[in-house]
Design a protein around this ligand. Sequence first.
Ligand code: AMP
Length: 225
Amino acid sequence: MTELNLVLLGPPGSGKGTQGERLQEDLRLPYYATGDILRAAVRDETELGKTAKQYMDAGDLVPDEVIVGVIVEALESAEARDGFILDGFPRTTPQAEALDAKLADLGRAVNAVLLIDVSDDEVVRRLGGRRTCEQGGHVFHVDFNPPKVEGVCDIDGSPLVVRDDDKPEVIRKRLATYHEKTEPLVGYYDSRSVLRRIEGERKPEEVEAEIRRTLSTLRLQDEAV
Ligand code: AMP
């Protein structure tokens, strides 16, 4: 595989962010997490942030055209020339089609999609206990990965908060949105033979190991063609 154009797919709380950051270091590819990009825009009170906030707080998706614009700009940048990792995008069929169209313009295509499989019950457990660092977005969990000092980020010392969209009623809404709008992408990418399933209800290290194995198998298959 000359370049890796990778999409991480899975419900909120499936570990896409955790795995994406590890992969980014490993593969040295730019990592675009649309949720992080949008939260930064909300924090900085940019036009994008002002548009996105109302949708995010309600557990809804921001409109396709808004987020597609953000990603197209990222993919046109020089750093994404040899590949990229997308987390949280695409999340709807029109977004997937827009991504395909943009990549086709560039003579490229999505060549790996990893579906990190996690049940709804596990999502609720994970997101309900998630605490996020206000400053850097670092993530902890009250039971599974507690910070050394309660309420304080180990990495930069800033306060840990419950994201507005990690409140119980919003978690349920985000899951419903995932099933309705994003899950159809499993079939979309499966029919293009790029989808690989990863069992996500395991320790992050085990999930990471399976992702590595899967990516190296894809590479071998690609070289054999
Ligand atoms: P995340 O951190 O990926 O769970 O994203 C948080 C929120 O940002 C989502 O609940 C959506 O409101 C918004 N968002 C992130 N990515 C997208 C996308 N690709 N399309 C629409 N909305 C998005």
